[in-house]
Write a protein that binds this ligand. Structure first.
Ligand code: IVH
Length: 690
């Protein structure tokens, strides 16, 4: 056997066993045998680079090379689904369908709660994986999707169309989700709120090696293409299963509303025992001819609807209430519960929001309470089962002093939370501010995690964030768990942070309500910290996105003696308190605002944005009367185009934009030419998806 043949054989066998393991859940060989074959293939491929193939099973481990995702247009738009929580509305949907096409068949399937993906296969090989994006174009995440073991890289059989798309959902099973969040918690990293966010976040990871380790899964639920083997959804999905795709087994053909209701009633409860999240049932008209007759609106097909399950609830006992003090001094009551299983994970704690919420629901220690999961990490208590209230229960008394430092709490007008006003003496506030300060998006001081910050604080080496800049490597090296090397790394990282641009320094200070974006606007508007500090509330509100409440919080921050002392020390340490002047390539677009939309041929959207800013222009997120130009690519939504036309925003193509730039290079400084041709923006393609 030649090396090439051996490589082929190993790839085939590995693909087969991979499918048996990850799709069929029925492995035939031991893990070590699989690993040995994989190693053999890796060695052969390394020795024979001429046989390299992006779809080799060895590529499943991903790589650390970071990639910027290209925006890719969908050949057929990725629509969403109309949804309902009511069986009556579902029955109306069925009546509408049957009025149009007569009695027909439906396919009922689960609605998977992950993130949508479109996979393209050419001659049986995966060539592209694209996220839903805005429905007309999405991000090319092929390298990341290749690492998902249940996605076949090459198909089985020989009766697949030469070119087709298959769509489905990338899911994070509860087990992977719990594991990742446990790791993140241990590392002091922010937790994912739910498996859906974790799946979507993972898919957009820059490093596919990270994706490979995250335990994602992929279930497919729709085929699209010009030469599909069958004329119905059901038959094609069964065929897709033969080609190697993971197609849910929990799909049924239903022929009446009653059968659909049964399917829903069954899964309403049974889904709690599935290892991955679902949030409803999707009901699809089976035959493509019927689907075509029913058609689609701009947003969703008329031949399908989603019935959504009500949020899951659990009943459990409230054991006690803790009070957490955050970085800003806000106090949050947190319920300790008797552990209970809810939506696939064990819940022990729930947020109670604030004193008003507790009073409103009359929640008492010892009560049986209903817990529900919203979009947040911590579930919430939504009610009390009064029939189970103990006879001797007493109304809950909210605290009036800080549980950490004993300072009397205050309540600001219009705010539902209590605050501890002892900013400079209350431990969690000081620690919280330091931890915020070192975050990646702030000063980016790596090597210093939450635990190390606590350690430094406990050992008296730092009392506030300005002390960081006086630390010596020798002081750090003697601390438990830190050696010479990590001590040196931390010091270097602190040193490097002195170059962090002003807008991030401003964000890092942790002024209440001043997030990343607000800090950016403030830095752009005022340019120096001194200017921000001496601005009146009125002047502050002239900044974009800064209203009265934020302005007051800023003024209050700079009125505090202790904050001023810290700022002075940071200034002496050499932090950037001035926004660097951006050297503009030209003033071509000065005073002009752009909105970018669609897919472009010569530049990525980020490149276009950069170009606009480099020539003095501004980028806006949405079409509004403030926009001067709509830079329109292919496959742009018709609504945006119409809005731009209505508001008199000029619509230009990428080519026109480029020629404006070229004009600028020839004769600087130049005024912006008014583009003559507003017709050239291509209209969205009228793709059909059956
Ligand atoms: S079919 C045109 N089937 O739900 C219809 N979608 O709300 C295309 N989803 O973006 C979708 N499970 O991400 C379909 N069994 C299923 C689904 C499903 C989950 C998601 C999908 C879609 C969203 C629409």
């Amino acid at each position: 056997m030649t090396a090439g043949e051996k490589i082929e054989q190993l790839r085939r066998e590995l693909n087969y066993h991979n499918h048996r393991y990850y799709v069929d859940n029925a492995p035939e060989i031991a893990d070590y045998e699989f690993d040995a074959m994989m190693r053999e293939l890796q060695e052969l491929e390394a020795a024979h680079p001429e046989f390299d193939d992006p779809n080799s099973p060895t590529k499943r481990v991903g790589s650390d090379l970071t990639t910027e995702f290209k925006t890719v247009a969908h050949r057929f738009p990725m629509l969403s689904l109309g949804n309902t929580y009511s069986l009556d509305e579902l029955h109306e949907f069925i009546s509408r369908v049957e009025k149009e096409v007569g009695e027909t068949e439906y396919v009922c399937e689960l609605k998977f709660d992950g993130t949508a993906i479109s996979l393209t296969y050419e001659n049986g090989a995966l060539v592209r994986a694209v996220t839903r994006g805005d429905g007309t174009s999405g991000d090319d995440v092929t390298n990341n999707v290749r690492t998902i073991r249940s996605v076949p890289l090459v198909l089985s059989g020989d009766d697949y169309p030469p070119l087709f798309e298959i769509r489905g959902e990338i899911l994070m099973p509860y087990a992977s989700f719990d594991k990742i969040n446990a790791e993140r918690e241990a590392a002091g990293e922010p937790l994912f709120a739910n498996p859906r966010n974790a799946a979507a976040g993972t898919l957009k990871q820059q490093s596919s090696a990270v994706v490979a380790r995250r335990g994602l899964d992929c279930t497919l639920y729709q085929l699209a293409g010009d030469s599909l083997p069958f004329a119905s959804h059901w038959e094609n999905m069964n065929k897709a299963r033969e080609w190697g795709f993971k197609v849910s087994e929990h799909i049924r053909i239903c022929r009446s509303a009653a059968e659909i209701d049964d399917f829903i009633a069954y899964w309403n409860d049974e889904r709690k025992r599935l290892p991955f999240p679902t949030d409803g049932v999707v009901i699809k008209v089976n035959r493509y001819s019927d689907q075509r007759a029913l058609g689609s609106t701009a947003k969703a097909p008329r031949w399908a609807v989603a019935y959504k399950f009500k949020a899951e609830q659990a009943l459990t006992r409230l054991l006690s209430v803790d009070f957490q003090v955050g970085r800003t001094g806000a106090v949050t009551p947190v319920a300790n519960l008797e552990p209970v299983l809810l939506a696939g994970t064990v819940v022990k704690r729930a947020t109670l929001h604030n004193a008003d919420q507790i009073a409103l629901l009359d929640i008492r220690i010892g009560d049986s309470v209903y817990v529900e999961k919203g979009g947040e990490i911590i579930p919430k208590i939504t009610g009390v089962e009064l029939s189970e209230r103990p006879a001797d229960s007493r109304e809950f008394e909210y605290i009036d002093v800080c549980p950490e430092c004993g300072t009397p709490l205050v309540r600001f007008e219009g705010e539902s939370k209590h605050y501890c006003p002892n900013q400079s003496g209350c431990r969690p506030q000081i620690l919280g501010r330091i931890i915020h300060f070192i975050k990646r998006k702030a000063m980016d001081i790596d090597g210093l995690g939450e635990e190390t910050v606590e350690l430094l604080f406990e050992s008296g080496l730092i009392h506030d964030l300005s002390d960081l800049y006086d630390l010596q490597a020798s002081q750090l090296a003697v601390l438990p768990r830190l050696g010479d090397k990590s001590a040196e790394n931390i010091i270097q990282s602190i040193e490097r942070s002195k170059q962090v641009p002003f807008r991030r320094v401003l964000f890092a200070l942790g002024i209440r309500f001043v997030g990343e974006t607000t800090a950016k606007y403030l830095a752009a508007h005022f340019r120096t910290l001194d200017a921000v500090m001496s601005a009146s509330c009125e002047e502050l509100t002239e900044t974009e996105e800064v209203g009265g409440k934020i302005a007051e919080a800023i003024a209050e921050y700079f009125a505090d003696e202790d904050n001023l002392r810290i700022i002075n020390r940071l200034r002496r340490a050499g932090l950037q308190f001035e926004e660097e002047e951006r050297t503009l390539e030209s003033a071509l677009f000065e005073g002009k605002s752009f909105v970018i939309s669609g897919v472009f041929s010569y530049h990525t959207r980020d490149e276009l944005k950069e170009l606009i800013e480099a020539h003095g222009g501004r980028n806006l997120a949405a079409v509004s009367a403030n926009a001067d130009y709509l830079l329109a690519g292919r496959n742009m939504g018709p609504a945006k185009l119409q809005k731009a036309q209505k508001l008199g925003v000029r619509i230009i193509s990428e080519e026109e934009f480029v020629s404006m730039l070229e004009g600028a290079e020839e004769s600087q400084p130049a005024a912006v030419e008014e583009p003559q041709n507003t017709e050239s923006a291509e209209m969205p393609s009228q793709g059909k998806l059956f």
